[in-house]
Ligand binder design. Structure first.
Ligand SMILES: Nc1ncnc2c1ncn2[C@@H]1O[C@H](COP(=O)(O)OP(=O)(O)OP(=O)(O)O)[C@@H](O)[C@H]1O
Ligand SMILES: [Zn+2]
Ligand SMILES: [Zn+2]
Length: 803
């Protein structure tokens, strides 16, 4: 007798271990580790993952598993292992770590139902809800207002039962195929016996005497202009057979990708790629940091490294930040590797994502290009993992399993004995420090392609502009330079940092700012609907016509959104053709791509946008980049604010003068003296690194110290304070005196969705017991955390969002 060890889909402490199930005989051949199954669990049926098979069970009463969902395991043995590791790293439940590796559609959905077990009416108002039916959706009961107490009573009396229905959302699309069931001689024999009247049937059989391979039914009927009525008897007589074949949605099927061939590498590129190729050859693990200025040809180094891996018959994972996963980027990979590439990003529908994932699973592709979660691609023979723009914070998952793709990449690469390449023009301080210490191998590309120079950067002090009477959001210099490009037929990119610069509503008389009644933040003005919206909860309200505090009519919106910049631009330079690219204009599928194609075809003079346009764009005709408010990031309550500002300014500047024509950059700022602005304008990464390291050291921040952020939230402020104080005290007591425990302090966003938030930050160098201590805390508060809208404690061992 074999048993399956199953991790069930119930994220809780008590279920965070395998449960044993008997494998019914009919399933014996398919049940193996990594397969998803449905199992009885208490009163319901739920999904689970088989993690091992065993010959004996320590449990007395072992139930049968009820269903098997996969024929090919959804997770490889390596991924099952990785999940274990991940759950230790992030202190999340094993099942959550397995879930995070799979496409959305493969996660089970449960429907809760109430079943009436008696023929006679129930002696309560619940009977009205059932309304003569035997089965009721639980949601309907929930909405009815009938008390849980009443329900409980009927359940205890055995009159009503709760059922759970597992629904898989996975949808394989299939198409009906037709194929001959007889060999050619037999078909010819059959033709001779066929009556003269059966012309259509004759045509069909004749077709198959020449074509042995399956054809879709639809296509067959179209080709022979006939109907399924003629086909049916042939199938019934066993001349032909039908079957369903899975078809893949290919989001790029209508696109032609121009094939590209490898460039001859420049001397610098050749020098950088050498050690990577050598490591691939030797099947060793190593981590490289490729520090290459913008436009230095990093992507070509990636492409040729991947080629090497493919030639060896191995697979490669290429991670790109979501916003840089532009059509241009996809084109470069599809252009080089054609159909051997799967693409995974959030703009795909759930079904398309699933199909791309299946291509990886079926080994139809050797390369995956994707955002963060593509790091879990189910390849089994990985030869290289690349993380482009490695400094991007979007590689860190910010809910549930708080993993960083960089850590996962290195963990997987160790198992596969292959290199990891981290690439960036502005590496994260942590990564560069590791390279400086020799933990990563540093590779450098210091020059742009074609000896193009880095664009000149002009810094404009906006305070001076104001003093000299210019109240517009465009400096005189920027205006002149834009006009100059227009006359030359060249293009400009204008960048506006959205974070911390959104449009809020303020009264000019009394200074009242419209805030969300549930969260501690200013509401954002949405012009099109003339409404105010909260970006954290779903609260919205109409734009007020007078101030709710002082009744003044001078209440209006402030700050600068892309929309407002666009309007100002239209007034300032009416002849300019402007394309706006932000969340609003790119919401529709494919709109991102359309806008960029338009810009590439020179149907616009100016591309105006947010973060979205800071990365990856490679247009030769762009000779001017304008940064409207360079310091908008500097004021965030985050110790990485300077680093982020430096990175962003460098990336945006890098969009200009990438090919033959030289570029220029105008940076508008209120703090021109700040070192991150100043050093970015000189492209001096080394000095920025020195300066920033000095500050991090002085204030005990990473990379000198590690951080752990514990955030506590609850609807009651006193409760939050009390719990956070207790946690801080406990940690202070238990940790060594080399560590610092800060807090409790209110979080920068003190209230979200009517829940108060407090935090405790731990700075440490070495605390091997830390995770155990945190586990004890979580265990202690477990019951309170289970309650709906109760206590929440979030622990982040590598925090990037400090608000
Ligand atoms: N060896 C080469 N010979 C000729 N052209 C090259 C070579 N390598 C790259 N290029 C071209 O140089 C341009 C810049 O390269 P690429 O976009 O790869 O730089 P990058 O370092 O990835 O830039 P960024 O970090 O700014 O996105 C591209 O148009 C690319 O096709
Ligand atoms: Zn007012
Ligand atoms: Zn809100």
């Amino acid at each position: 007798m074999t048993f399956a060890r199953v991790i069930v889909d119930v994220p809780s402490k008590n279920t965070n271990r395998p449960f044993d199930y008997k494998i019914p005989e009919k399933f014996e051949s398919v049940v193996q580790p990594g397969v998803r199954v449905i199992v009885p669990f208490g009163p319901r049926k739920i999904m689970g993952y088989v993690v091992a098979l065993t010959n004996e069970s320590d449990f007395d009463k072992v139930k049968n598993l009820s269903e098997v969902l996969d024929v090919t395991p959804a997770l490889t043995e390596e991924l099952l292992h990785l999940g274990k590791w991940l759950s230790k790293q992030t202190l999340s439940y094993y099942v959550s770590c397995l879930q995070v590796m799979l496409p959305q559609v493969m996660k089970a959905k449960y429907r809760k139902e109430l079943w009436k077990l008696t023929e006679s009416p129930l002696d309560s108002e619940l009977d009205r809800v059932f309304d003569g039916r035997a089965v009721l959706d639980y949601e309907e009961f929930d909405a009815s207002g009938v008390s849980y107490h009443t329900l409980r009573k009927h359940i205890d009396d055995g009159e009503v039962d709760v059922h759970y229905e597992v629904k898989s959302r996975e949808t394989k699309r299939t198409t009906r195929m037709v194929q001959p069931a007889l060999d050619e001689m037999e078909l010819l024999g059959f033709l001779e016996d066929l009556s003269k009247q059966a012309k259509k049937q004759k045509a069909i059989v004749e077709y198959f005497t020449e074509h042995r391979e399956p054809i879709s039914k639809k296509q067959l009927l179209q080709t022979l202009s006939t109907t399924s009525a003629s086909l049916k008897p042939l199938i019934k007589d066993g001349v032909l057979k039908e079957f369903d074949q899975e078809v893949f949605r290919d989001p790029y099927q209508d696109r032609e990708f121009e094939r590209t061939t490898p460039f001859e590498l420049t001397e610098e590129q050749a020098e950088a790629i050498g050690p990577i190729l050598k490591t691939i050859d030797r099947e060793q693990h190593d981590t490289f940091l490729l520090h290459g200025v913008t436009g230095s040809g990093k992507t070509e180094v990636y492409l040729q490294s991947i080629q090497k891996v493919m030639d060896k018959g191995e697979e490669a994972i290429m991670l790109v930040p979501e916003i840089a996963l532009t059509p241009q980027m996809v084109e470069r990979f599809k252009g080089r590797f054609g159909s051997k590439v799967a693409v995974l990003h959030s703009a795909l529908s759930a079904g398309e994502k699933y199909d791309e994932w299946r291509k990886i699973q079926r080994k139809e592709v050797q390369v995956v290009v994707g955002a963060r979660s593509a790091i879990f691609a189910p390849f089994s023979n990985i030869g290289l993992i690349i993380i482009d723009e490695e400094h991007e914070t979007s590689y860190k998952q910010e809910d549930r399993t708080r993993y960083h793709a960089r850590d996962v990449a290195i963990e997987r690469a160790k198992r596969h004995h292959c290199p990891v390449v981290l690439g960036s023009a502005t590496p994260a301080l942590e990564s560069y420090a590791r390279a400086a210490k020799g933990n990563y191998q540093l590779l450098t590309l210091s020059k742009r392609m074609n000896d193009a120079t880095m664009p000149d950067v002009e810094i404009v002090d906006m305070r001076e502009e104001l003093h000299e009477g210019n109240r517009s959001m465009f400096s005189r210099m920027l205006k002149e330079k834009i006009e100059d490009r227009l006359t030359k037929g060249e293009q400009a990119v204008l960048f506006l940092n959205r974070r911390g610069y959104s449009t809020f509503v303020m009264c000019r008389d009394c200074g009242h700012v419209s805030e969300c009644p549930h969260c501690d933040i200013a509401l954002t003005f949405h012009k099109r609907q003339n409404r105010l919206k909260c970006h954290y909860c779903s609260h919205e309200e109409p734009m007020p016509t007078e101030c709710p505090e002082c009744e003044s009519k001078t209440i209006r919106y402030f700050g600068t959104g892309t929309q407002k910049v666009e309007e100002a631009l239209e007034q300032l330079i009416p002849e300019a053709r402007v394309l706006r690219m932000d969340v609003d204009t790119t919401r529709r599928k494919g709109s991102h791509e359309r806008l960029l194609t338009k810009f590439g075809n020179k149907e616009a003079d100016i591309l105006l946008g947010t973060q979205m346009i800071a990365k990856g764009l490679d247009f030769g005709n762009v000779t001017l980049v304008g940064v409207l408010a360079a310091d908008s990031l500097l004021n965030l309550p985050d110790f990485r604010a300077s680093e982020k500002t430096f990175q962003l300014l460098t990336q945006v500047s890098g969009r200009a003068g990438r090919h033959e024509k030289p570029g220029e950059v105008v940076v508008q700022t209120y703090t021109p003296e700040h070192y991150s602005v100043d050093l970015a304008s000189e492209y001096d990464f080394d000095r920025f690194f020195q300066e920033e390291m000095r500050i991090r050291k002085a204030f005990n921040y990473p990379p000198y110290y590690f951080l752990t952020l514990i955030t506590v939230s609850h609807p009651n402020q006193l409760k939050v304070q009390e719990v956070t104080t207790k946690i801080a005290q406990f940690m202070r007591q238990k940790l060594s005196d080399q560590s610092f425990v800060l807090g409790p302090t209110p979080s920068a966003l003190t209230r979200i969705n009517n829940r108060y938030r407090y935090q405790c930050m731990i700075k440490y160098k070495k605390e091997p017991e830390q995770r155990k201590l945190v586990e004890r805390i979580l265990h202690y508060y477990e019951d309170e955390m289970k309650q709906e809208n109760g206590l929440q404690i979030i622990v982040d061992f590598q925090p990037y969002q400090l608000m």
